[in-house]
Design a protein around this ligand. Sequence first.
Ligand code: CP
Length: 304
Amino acid sequence: MKHLIDIKDLSVEEISNLIEVAKDIINHKEKYSHKCDGKKLATLFFEPSTRTRLSFEAAMLELGGSVIGFSDSSSSSTSKGETVSDTIRVVGGYADIIAMRHPKEGAPLVASMKSIVPIINAGDGGHNHPTQTLTDLLTIECEKGRLNNLTIGLCGDLKFGRTVHSLITAMSRYQGIKFVLISPEELKIPDYIKKEVLEKNNMQWCETKDIEEKLGSLDILYMTRVQKERFFNEADYVRLKDYYILNKEKLEKAKQDLCIMHPLPRVNEISTDVDDDKRACYFKQAEYGKYIRMALILKLLEVK
Ligand code: CP
């Protein structure tokens, strides 16, 4: 049985297959509408979510399956002190596959060790968010037509941003990738990502605090939110939250075929005047998330 805890659990070939299936789903939705008849997905969300939980649920429903779960751990027996391991053992008797989000890094890995059904990490603390990365890869493939030879700017909270960590890890396996890491000093990419991913794979990368410095060289600009929930100190959050605001004026320096991405939710980091720009891909990106999650559910349930 296979779980998805970290994007590295999937080979480049497996990711490529998932992207092909997702593209086929986009073009032939009716072909897939009964693939999961009789199957159940449980969504166990110990942390808030809109896109990930609802796109997983929509994915299973569009495959003909059904959905159970909770979106607020205070309504589950976790509030009575039940462990993740016990919850997972029980839910495995009710569902065929589980998507789980948890504020503690490593909780989905622990769950996978106890589970009798496939576990999907739907985000664990500031660590990983592999299905967001699959969403991002499908978006890049569909919008840019390739996953290689790209200059990718990642901007905002690169310290706590689990989507950024997973995306750098995934893109480091493709040829001709350059990263421009744009963040304030306090939110720089962690050293372990530099050492274990960027340096280990001999990637080309640079760091800057200035979003405009390299904007003209980027094929992709991946904006991220400064995450209030990861800060220990309110004053630090307030000081950093509006450090970057992408607006129409700044975009005048960017390429005409730039792809602007954001895992969402956004707060102030992309001005709404950018939403109508043809380079804004973040709402399409959220929709791609449903199709890649459909492909992932089919793979993990071994549905042909
Ligand atoms: N991108 C993402 O994970 O969004 P949600 O927190 O709304 O699921």
